[in-house]
Design a protein around this ligand. Structure first.
Ligand code: ATP
Ligand code: MG
Length: 244
């Protein structure tokens, strides 16, 4: 029997125009920072934006955006709180700072539950901070969220891009759209990622330099918005978001 909550999920998301999953082949490449700053940037540009942290392995957008003392409210489901001009929802509201990570079926269940109860209402963009790589949770999210599109983050390393290829192959097999590739933590001039991206038939959105000021700006949205990192995200979003 199929879980009745699965039908509810896509009903819940029907007033959301674009659902963008910020994903990667591997961990630690900057997904959470890209997802958070992209959501902030789009909200600043007066789009209606939601940010959904579905990274069960290491939820971190609440730290990046300093989400404190705001909680979802319950009203025919769960209504995400608003923070920095965007609607915010995270798995941490439910997992808390648990030491023991959820396992297999529990992750699936928590994901289904969270997707089914959250009321986003009308949004231009819902940005999802995804778990790293191709985990069961990634596959679950793809299965559950019908209109999902992927934005892929990679570092300049060919090792990172090798894992991106695996993700791209999987998404292509499943007919899931990939809107673009962002190259993060760039330290020196190189065309490798751009060329590989284009060779794979994908759109190269742009590059973000390694930014030494980023660490001190985590948890301080005002400071974050003045970093080179977020400046670049703004430029990259402006150049690409209307073409997805
Ligand atoms: N352009 C950059 N310049 C400097 N530091 C960066 C840059 N991008 C990301 N970082 C740093 O790299 C680390 C990983 O970033 P982040 O947590 O966003 O990656 P992630 O892909 O979400 O990781 P995970 O797979 O664990 O969820 C963080 O400490 C972040 O501050
Ligand atoms: Mg992350």
């Amino acid at each position: 029997m199929t879980d009745p909550r699965i039908a509810v999920i896509n009903e819940r998301l029907k007033e959301v125009n674009d659902i963008i999953a910020v994903s990667s082949g591997k961990g630690g490449v900057g997904k959470s920072l890209v997802a958070s700053t992209l959501a902030l940037t789009l909200a600043e540009e007066n789009y209606k934006v939601g940010l959904f942290d579905l990274d069960f392995t290491s939820p971190s957008t609440h730290v990046i955006l300093n989400v404190k003392n705001v909680y979802p409210t319950e009203k025919n489901g769960v209504v995400p709180p608003e923070i920095h001009g965007l609607k915010y929802m995270s798995i941490v509201y439910y997992s808390g700072e648990h030491v023991s990570p959820l396992r297999g079926a529990d992750v699936s269940n928590a994901l289904i539950e969270l997707l089914a109860i959250t009321r986003w209402n009308t949004l231009d963009f819902l940005i999802i901070d995804m778990p790293p790589g191709i985990s069961d949770a990634t596959l679950d999210i793809i299965r559950l969220v019908k209109r999902i599109k992927f934005l892929i983050v990679t570092t300049p390393s060919q090792l990172a891009f090798e894992t991106v290829r695996k993700l791209v192959n999987l998404l292509s097999e499943l007919n899931i759209p990939i809107i673009g590739v962002v190259e993060n933590m760039k330290m020196k001039e190189s065309r490798f990622i751009r060329e590989q991206t284009e060779k794979t038939g994908l759109k190269f959105w742009g590059e973000i330099p390694f930014d030494y000021t980023l660490e001190e700006a985590i948890g301080d949205v005002n400071r974050l918005s003045k970093t080179k990192f977020m400046e670049r995200i703004k430029e990259i979003a402006e150049a690409n978001i209307n073409k997805i």
